[in-house]
Design a protein around this ligand. Structure first.
Ligand code: AHR
Length: 324
């Protein structure tokens, strides 16, 4: 009896919610009510990038009133340009672009502007002739990250000549440009700092390992690896260990991103310094879009606050609280 009454109540509720079966609030219409955001993502090259994608997915959920269309460009700018054109054709409400490289966006962003679609740039920066081609940007100060690393090297590796291996990120990306500029300034300021190797490892673990194996195979002598992200340093650690070297003792490892796995490697002494690069941009971009929807003009450029971690300041609590 009880279950029969429950079924009747549920049926009445369903009818009431669906406007007496008239279909005024069908699932299809509910979907139409969502704000559509096209997100052109760089790729899935690193843990940082995956954390960034997750952050965007969480912020732009259907529960929050959004439909997020993500395009993974596999680190290729041509794919991002195609994705933006597809978003324009689909008539999305907003475009979010995490750019692979800084240059080469003028034409496609002019097309988005002609279609009346606001474009928000996230993470890395772009260089365009007309700054009105994008609505605003939120991301990291990569040059400052590089300078933070150099200052740490000056303070902690002062006693002894440095022979530095430099694993770069994607050439032409702000993350690579800023972190490389920081190191170059350090090299210019210190006669006893020598750059013994520099090549792009594309921000991937496989490439970081491959390059480190190659330089070890050549018998190159070095005592510092300056790796422009965590994944490349993981590859370097594997290569060093396979060659019988002890990371942190035989070679000082400097990295960027400060993901939780890398922070654990600071506690074990493998990595000496990790400069933070925060990927949790989802809520920041959503706040910008909510401003735009209310007719408020967002701040043009927003730099995220970032710090660094080494054995002197890192705690288990910091690692536990890490969102990536
Ligand atoms: O642009 C941010 C950089 O891109 C991160 O340092 C790196 O891990 C990522 O792939």
């Amino acid at each position: 009896m009880k279950s029969c009454r429950l079924i009747l109540i549920m049926a009445a509720l369903c009818l009431a919610l669906s406007g007496c079966g008239g279909g005024s609030d069908t699932p299809a219409q509910a979907l139409e009510d969502l704000t559509v955001v096209g997100f052109s993502q760089v790729g899935a090259e690193s843990d940082w990038r995956n954390g960034n994608t997750r952050s965007m997915q969480e912020a732009f959920s259907a529960g929050n009133g959004y439909r997020l269309i993500i395009d993974d460009a596999q680190q290729k700018q041509e794919r991002q340009i195609t994705a933006i054109r597809n978003f324009i054709n689909q008539g999305v409400d907003y475009i979010v672009l995490a750019p692979t490289t800084e240059r080469g966006w003028d034409t496609v962003l002019a097309e988005a502007r002609a279609a009346g679609i606001p474009v928000i740039i996230v993470d890395r920066m772009i260089e365009v002739d007309d700054p009105d081609l994008f609505t605003c940007w939120v991301g990291s100060d990569f040059r400052r990250e590089g300078e933070t690393a150099v200052r740490w090297m000056e303070e902690h590796l002062g006693d002894g000549p440095l022979r530095i291996v430099h694993l770069q990120g994607n050439i032409g990306s702000s993350a690579q440009i800023g972190r490389t500029e920081g190191l170059d300034a350090g090299l210019a300021a210190h006669e006893d700092w020598e750059l013994v190797f520099r090549e792009s490892g594309d921000f991937t673990q496989a490439k970081g390992q491959e390059l480190t194996e190659a330089i070890l195979g050549q018998g190159l002598r070095f005592n510092v690896i300056y790796s422009e992200n965590d994944n490349m340093v993981y590859g370097a650690i594997d290569a060093l260990r396979a060659a019988g070297l002890v990371p942190g003792r035989d070679v000082t490892l400097i990295s960027f991103d400060a993901g939780s796995k890398a922070l654990r490697l600071i506690l074990t002494g493998d990595i000496s310094l990790d400069v933070e690069c925060n990927p949790l941009h989802g809520p920041r971009v959503r706040a910008i879009i909510e401003q735009l929807r209310k007719g408020v003009t967002p701040q043009k450029l927003t730099y995220v606050d970032e710090t660094y971690f080494d054995a002197g300041n890192l705690t288990e609590e910091i690692i536990a609280g890490r969102g990536y």
